[in-house]
Design a protein around this ligand. Structure first.
Ligand code: GUN
Length: 290
């Protein structure tokens, strides 16, 4: 059987480290690290994610400053809030939950967040730093994927990684991180021709296409590591929904290691968000003191 990489366990270990770091920050600076969480509208999935993020902040000794705003909020008002949070010395990190309502364009909003407080790593300056090997804030899900891979692969150098999905949130940044570690990286997506053949050449597959059970057992070479970023809701007869990933894991006992859904990449995303908040807080208070 393939080894199961428990994101739940690895995220719990990272969470303990974050709690220690938050406690040290609090002792040294006289206040807890603080993350502003901005939720516009009432998207049910976003509501669940934001609630989880806030609960984890609380558990780790990070202050969450909640800004729940109506779907009718104007883009100008959202930009004004971000400007205020950028200038607030008591705010270390800013997270604007996506998706935003249709009348608000995400690009100017994400671009308005101060790069040093951009704990999602979505600001063009952080994207640029990631692609040039600089010291920016790195998007949370890709960071979590790398930590999971590092628990089962000793040396990434020269390994062939196939990324399925080209999103700004996962596909592109995880490709950059793998490249930085000297993997040979192939970025594919839903329109790629001959995708199963390309996947079969991979030592590592990162599936982030948002396509339920896209990656079948015969796409995976024996011993390959399969990281499943997908979280897809499948409606079942009888009304009960089931959550599945992008990979048919029960078809890949011959894989070297796989991440489960749920309990794989998901928990790592929030743990990395908190780790990014600590990193931003330390840098931000250091530069304020300088
Ligand atoms: N929506 C889905 N994933 C994410 C994420 O990682 N960050 C934010 N801010 N919104 C999201």
């Amino acid at each position: 059987m393939a080894r199961i990489i428990s994101g739940t366990q690895i995220a719990a270990e990272l969470g303990m480290q974050v709690a220690q770091d938050a406690a040290r920050f609090h002792a040294e600076r006289g206040r807890a690290p603080a993350l502003a969480v901005v939720l516009v509208g009432d998207n049910p999935a976003s509501e669940i994610y934001v609630r989880r993020k806030i609960a984890q902040c609380r558990k780790s000794g990070i202050t969450s400053l909640e800004h729940r705003l109506p779907a009718s909020l104007s883009q100008a008002d959202l930009l004004a809030l971000i400007t205020r949070l950028n200038g607030d010395p008591a705010v270390d990190g800013i997270l604007v939950q996506l998706p935003l309502p249709a009348h608000i364009a995400p690009v100017p909003v994400l671009g308005a967040i101060a790069p040093g407080k951009d704990v999602d790593g979505f600001h063009p300056v952080n994207v640029g730093r990631l692609s040039t090997g600089g010291e920016g804030l790195v998007p949370c899900t890709p960071l979590g994927c790398m930590m999971l891979i590092d628990t089962v692969v000793d040396d990434l150098r020269g390994k062939h990684a196939v990324v399925i999905g080209k999103s700004n949130i996962v596909g592109k940044p995880v490709a950059m991180l793998l490249l930085e570690r000297e993997c040979t990286v192939t970025v594919t997506h839903i329109a790629t021709q001959g995708l199963p053949d390309i996947a079969r050449r991979a030592d590592i597959i990162v599936a982030a296409a948002g396509a339920p059970l896209l990656v079948r057992g015969d796409w995976v070479k024996p011993g390959a590591v399969v990281i499943d970023v997908g979280i897809n809701r499948i409606e079942q007869p009888g009304g009960k929904a089931r959550i599945v990933g992008d990979c048919a894991m029960d078809e890949m006992p011959h894989a070297g290691a796989v991440t489960p859904v749920p309990g794989g990449v998901g928990p790592m995303t929030i743990a990395c968000l908190l780790a990014n908040t600590i990193k931003a807080a330390i840098r931000h208070t250091r530069s304020a003191a300088a």
